[in-house]
Design a protein around this ligand. Structure first.
Ligand SMILES: Cc1cc2nc3c(=O)[nH]c(=O)nc-3n(C[C@H](O)[C@H](O)[C@H](O)COP(=O)(O)OP(=O)(O)OC[C@H]3O[C@@H](n4cnc5c(N)ncnc54)[C@H](O)[C@@H]3O)c2cc1C
Ligand code: FES
Length: 282
């Protein structure tokens, strides 16, 4: 059992959990993720390891409630426990000192981009951060991103904070003003990563996207997470999660992520009914 040490609500529907997992905390590198199972009969879902503390033997996860399993995790409290936490999984982010890099996170994708930005800064790079969300209250990890970036741009769709617009609007300006960008790292909703890739392709800036397909085992056995990269079949859990964004077939991945839409909706509806019957609302 993996005990939940603390839970903090950091935005509407988004929680930060500190979870006891000493072996994972010891081995984890930036870019790694875990597959968690909140209960014995629950499903397995992938979550990025945002931070780890080897001394305390804990890892930090940040979860946005979008379907049944992420709602269950969001409703956890200190003292609860996960039935299973498997990891660290995935290839770590390649962290070299290359000069100037830009880290672009959209929505809860900021939780995935933050450990990468931190590691790139520690490696000596000049790091420009861009984080975006639909409005001010949904911006997460602003202080943490300020600490590990040389410049930080914030965008909101409704203009309630930072620049009004999308992260790609800020990225366009950053690329225009900085000739020396060596790499862009991005993660967020798939359409956003696709838009980032289209933008940087035009400027010929190398771009790595951390992909978020459906996953099950996380060990390359089930094939759920397959993606097409450079016309080749790859498994995101073992070959990724980061790939050259200019070579990813985003349209195919967007379609694949809708495969279980009906089942996901039914699972969420029945979970909502289950909560309602107990006087709790989700
Ligand atoms: C390597 C990796 C790291 C991730 N890290 C994080 C993280 O740190 N924090 C976090 O909140 N989420 C993260 N995700 C996404 C997270 O795993 C999904 O949100 C989760 O599996 C959804 O489960 P659910 O049962 O709550 O929703 P479901 O019922 O499975 O899905 C509900 C809705 O979300 C869509 N969806 C399903 N899977 C995904 C997905 N992988 N990404 C985006 N939309 C999806 C579905 O199409 C559906 O519309 C990560 C995904 C991957 C692959
Ligand atoms: S999640 Fe099963 S092969 Fe990647």
């Amino acid at each position: 059992m993996y005990s939940v040490i603390s839970v903090t609500k950091i935005a509407p529907g988004i929680s930060r959990l500190e979870v006891e997992a000493p072996l994972i905390a010891k081995k984890r590198k930036p870019g790694n993720f875990v597959i968690v199972m909140p209960s014995e009969k629950g499903e397995r879902i992938p979550l990025t390891i945002v931070e780890s503390d080897e001394q305390r033997g804990t890892i930090t996860l940040i979860v946005q409630a979008i379907g049944k399993t992420t709602h269950i995790i969001n409703n956890m409290v200190a003292g609860d426990s996960f039935t299973d936490v498997v990891g660290p999984l995935g290839e770590p982010t390649p962290v070299d000192n290359v000069g100037t890099v830009v880290c672009v996170g959209g929505g809860v994708g900021t939780a995935v981009i933050y450990p990468m930005a931190k590691a790139l800064k520690e490696a000596g790079n000049r790091v420009i951060g861009i984080i975006g969300s639909k409005n001010r209250e949904m911006i997460i990890l602003e202080d943490e991103m300020r600490q590990c970036t040389d410049e930080l741009y914030i965008t909101t769709d409704d203009g309630s904070y930072g620049l009004k617009g999308f992260v790609t609007d800020a990225l366009r300006l950053v690329i225009e003003e900085n000739e020396s960008i060596q790499s862009v790292y991005t993660t967020g909703p798939l359409p956003m990563m696709k838009a980032v890739a289209e933008l940087t392709r035009k400027s010929n800036v190398h771009t790595l996207a951390s992909l978020n397909p459906i996953m099950m085992d996380g060990t390359g056995m089930c094939g759920a997470c397959r993606v097409i990269v450079d016309d080749e079949l790859k498994f995101t859990c073992v070959d990724g999660p980061e790939f050259d964004a200019h070579k990813v077939n985003f349209d195919e991945l967007i379609l694949r992520n809708k495969t279980y839409f009906d089942q996901e909706r039914k699972a969420m509806d029945s979970y909502r009914e289950f909560c309602k019957a107990r006087g709790a609302y989700v």
